[in-house]
Design a binder for this molecule. Structure first.
Ligand SMILES: Cc1ncc(COP(=O)(O)O)c(C=O)c1O
Length: 420
């Protein structure tokens, strides 16, 4: 094994690079299915598993998820369209996100009017509740809604991912819940109040903040149920981390499931929510994705500096918030890297080709490299190409799926003629 790259995956990546050129994003499809199955095993039915499309919305990939037991969450009319293209039934798709404009509200109401309502819409404020109520009333439909509550916890994660902290722009403070219901037309208006939506933050390093938020959600549901007859749902969001570096360094999915079970066991059965949901993104798609680039320059410094043709335009996480990803060499001096590493391993900084000094992918011990050698950045399947940009006139990279033997083009390289 070269890190997590098995020899056959490394061979597939080299073949893909020959076929499409670099940079490219390779998805290990059996790994994707295994990771989805692991989420389902930790949170089996009747948990609703709503895949967060923002992590990677590519329909050729996400189309595999409904059959693996997933609905989806979308954060825009665009992501609702991606969910439809991927084949998620509308009744298994939730709309959330702080950026809902008129297009999003109209999409919610249109789905209800056509007899295929969304699972629910998660509301972020009293204004948004009033706006959706107005559109729904005009159309003569009722829409299921959750209210996104800011749990005001101290998430054990990077500052940039800690959306459940008190200063965050996401969700309302719990005490504003009655005002949101009022603004949305009250208990019997055009909005059917179904429950609470939480998201502590992503890539949690411990389960304590998640526990506090889950407990708060249960308490709020129990408190408000008397006045809201359908208030029966707790969507606990995500937070489920993946191992970007050393395996075992993050809590497993089972630790979060155990927290939920413990908290539910602590309350009377008739006070428990009738529906429970999670919204994993990276836990489903991150580990199966590999960003493959070719070496452009080697500078013998300390540490050695290598510039490759993949960078922040394809994977912005390291530049955006210092995220670390595993990096491996697929070829060394033009030849496939043998199992065990191939040649003397030297600490190497790997930078991207973009005209920004923050365009760094990370550091790793790598064998001798020359221009043209192939390097792969692992755990790149979430928030990689989903956040890709065409900065510096760089088209979106091609995406290739590997099914364990063959390669499939999931999306062609973006066209230069379509650049801004
Ligand atoms: C509300 C909400 N749910 C789910 C997710 C998915 O998070 P992750 O990809 O870490 O599982 C996010 C990520 O930003 C989010 O904001």
């Amino acid at each position: 094994m070269l890190g997590d790259v098995t020899p056959s995956l490394a061979d597939a990546a080299r073949r893909a690079a020959r076929r499409t050129g670099t940079p490219l994003l390779l998805t290990d499809l059996p790994r994707l299915a295994a990771d989805a199955a692991a989420v389902r095993a930790a949170f089996p039915d009747p948990w609703l598993r709503l895949y967060a499309l923002k992590a990677n919305g590519l329909p050729a990939l996400t189309a595999r998820l409904p059959a693996l037991g997933f609905g989806a969450t979308a954060v825009s009319a665009g992501e609702l369209a991606l969910a439809a293209r991927a084949g998620f039934p509308p009744g298994q798709v939730a709309l959330e996100g702080i950026g809902k404009g008129e297009a999003e509200l109209r999409a919610v109401v249109r789905a209800a009017r056509m007899g295929s309502p969304l699972l629910w819409t998660s509301l972020e404020s009293a204004e948004e509740a009033a706006a959706l109520a107005r559109v729904a009333e005009r159309a003569g439909v009722r829409c299921d809604v959750l209210v996104r509550v800011n749990p005001e916890v101290a998430p054990e994660t990077h500052r940039g991912l800690a959306v459940g902290a008190v200063a965050s722009k996401f969700g309302i403070p719990a005490e504003e819940l009655p005002a949101v219901v009022e603004a949305g037309g009250g208990p019997d208006g055009p909005l059917r109040w179904r429950g609470i939506h939480l998201h502590v933050g992503s890539q949690l390093g411990a389960v304590d903040a998640w526990r506090s938020a889950f407990r708060l959600g249960l308490r709020l549901l129990a408190l408000r149920r008397a006045g809201l007859p359908d208030f029966d749902t707790l969507d606990a969001g995500s937070g489920f981390p993946v191992a970007y570096g050393e395996p075992g360094s993050v809590p497993p999915l089972s630790a979060f499931a155990a927290v939920a079970a413990e908290e539910l066991a602590g309350i009377a059965p008739d006070a428990r929510p009738r529906r429970l949901a999670i919204e994993p993104g990276r836990a489903v798609v991150a580990a199966s994705g590999w960003l493959v680039g070719r070496v452009l320059h080697v500078r013998e410094r300390d540490p050695r500096l290598v510039v490759i043709d993949a960078g922040m335009t394809e994977l912005i996480r390291p530049a955006l918030y210092g995220a670390e990803h595993p990096i491996v060499a697929l070829t060394s001096r033009g030849a496939p890297v043998p199992e065990g590493g191939g040649g003397e391993q030297v600490r190497t900084r790997v930078d991207g080709p973009v005209c920004e000094s923050t365009d760094r992918l990370g550091e790793a011990l790598l064998p001798p490299l020359v221009r043209g050698d192939l390097v792969a950045i692992g755990v790149a399947g979430a928030y990689g190409t989903a956040m890709a940009s065409t900065y510096n006139g760089r088209p979106r990279p091609p995406e290739v799926g590997w099914d364990g033997s063959g390669l499939h083009l999931l999306r062609a390289r973006g066209r230069r003629s379509a650049l801004p």
